[in-house]
Design a protein. Structure first.
Length: 468
């Protein structure tokens, strides 16, 4: 409105049917230069008027602040990052779509998704863009800043080696190291895509754990984990929002990232359900390793990009989730979330709470016994391998390859035997001490009895004589 009033004097100075109309009706060839000059003059005058209006608005706002500093009820809307997620735009998201009912059939969804992904696959090879790719590439002032974020694999492992190690048997440690090597190799130099992949697979175990608890309850095997189901649902809900945040930052834009992430999630679900079926403690132990690695990854990312993250606004989904629900632990509800730095700090804290939760879910006895059982299995396998290698011509090669493992197993077995011998020696020493004390006591009693018999003139061991 103020801008309209500012331009009103300029409009009144131009008479109806004036120069513009005259030039429009003229058919002389020298009219174009005059029109161009008039256009430039009017554009310059309009720009001056706009600047004047902007200065007046600033002065008016400053005066209003000085007159009524307590009336800051309607604060200006905070900036948020525009959604850049492929799945959020193609498959939908609960915080933007109005539909909340059940989905269509699996066949319909599968065909639709296959059609979309097939186009994205071909566009990643052929030089053309799909409508989804074009929509994701809309101009955004934050695109360059997000692409400049860095994350060092060496720094992550340095953090992991500096903190206390999570004890785990090799049957858990080896798949964990394999997953970490996939992250380091495929997503080197692409931290947002790495986080999207990590959050895609990180929410799967909690769904698998609840699946097994439901199965046990239905079969009547076990019905004492009702509280644990609630914990796992809250953890999955928290990881789901981590995933939505990474999608909004553009972590799922590449077709190959979506392909490897979604198929890894399917394989991860089967692995974790089978592992939970064999031993829930081992399954929770694996999740503890993954969540601890996530804490190290997010902590390194925050420290390496603090300045850039503080200058970027948070995504809308992050603000709505953390300011309404407070995150994993329900803390900081309604607390301000002013930058992307605050978002990643909340995510890091959530992952740390998941580490504590997964540790509490484990049976300490099963956790310690698993490493001893695995040590015995390795020793047995090494013995079988050594005896089998003697039947082949490459005995020396087999011995050379197995020598470090056998030596490590022998050292471990020797340490275990030393501990057992020390325990047995301590037990024998305690028994000998107790026997010695008992013998000394008996000898002392015997000596007192003899002394009493000698001084009284009669022996207490003789039967009393009967009067005839």
């Amino acid at each position: 409105m103020l801008f309209a009033f500012a331009l009103l004097p300029t409009a009144l100075l131009i008479p109806t049917g004036g120069r513009v109309a005259q030039f429009g009706r003229s058919e002389k060839p020298d009219v174009a230069p005059a029109l161009t000059q008039l256009r430039d003059t009017l554009a310059e005058q309009l720009e001056l008027e706009r600047r004047a209006v902007a200065r007046l608005e600033i002065e008016l706002a400053e005066i209003e602040d000085m007159l009524a500093p307590e009336k800051q009820v309607l604060a200006p809307e905070k900036k948020v990052l525009p959604t850049r997620g492929y799945l959020s735009k193609s498959a939908g998201c609960y915080n933007t779509d109005g539909a909340s009912g059940p989905p269509p059939s699996a066949l319909t969804l599968a065909l639709d998704n296959f059609g979309r992904e097939l186009k994205e696959l071909t566009s990643s090879v052929l030089p053309y863009k799909t409508k989804f790719a074009s929509a994701l590439e809309e101009p955004c002032v934050y695109t360059g800043a997000l692409s400049s974020l860095t994350l060092s694999n060496d720094a992550i492992w340095a953090r992991e080696h500096a903190r206390p190690d999570v004890p785990a048997p090799l049957v858990i440690k080896l798949p964990y190291l394999t997953l970490c090597s996939v992250l380091d190799t495929l997503f080197d130099g692409r931290p947002i895509a790495r986080f999207w992949y990590l959050e895609t697979v990180a929410r799967i175990p909690y769904f698998g754990y609840n699946t097994m608890i439901f199965l046990y309850e239905t079969l009547g095997w076990w019905r004492r984990s009702a509280a644990l189901k609630k914990v796992h649902f809250q953890e999955e809900w928290n990881e789901f929002h981590h995933l939505l945040i990474m999608e909004s930052l553009g972590g799922d834009q590449a077709w190959f990232d979506r392909f490897i992430g979604q198929h890894s999630a399917l394989a991860y679900y089967l692995l974790m359900t089978l592992m939970w079926l064999v031993s829930p403690t081992l399954a929770y132990n694996f999740s503890e390793l993954i969540e601890a690695h996530a804490v190290d990854t997010y902590a390194e990312f925050i420290d390496a990009n603090e300045q850039t993250l503080r200058e970027l606004p948070p995504p809308e989904i992050a603000r709505s989730y953390y300011q309404q629900a407070g995150g994993e632990r329900g803390e900081h509800v309604g607390a301000p979330l002013d930058s992307l730095y605050d978002v990643f700090c909340r995510i890091r804290d959530d992952e740390a709470s998941h580490v504590d939760s997964m540790k509490e879910c484990q049976d300490p006895e099963v956790r310690s016994r698993a490493r001893i059982v695995e040590l015995g299995s390795i020793a047995l396998a090494a013995a079988v391998l050594g005896s089998t290698a003697l039947t082949f011509e490459g005995v020396e090669t087999a011995e050379t390859l197995s020598a470090p493992l056998v030596a490590e197993v022998q050292r471990s077995v020797a340490r275990e035997l030393e501990q057992v011998e020390e325990s047995v020696a301590e037990a024998v020493e305690q028994v000998e001490e107790r026997v010695g004390e008992a013998v000394q006591k008996e000898e002392a009693d015997y000596e007192r009895a003899l002394l009493q018999a000698e001084t009284s003139g009669a022996s207490k061991w003789q039967a009393p004589t009967k009067n005839m």
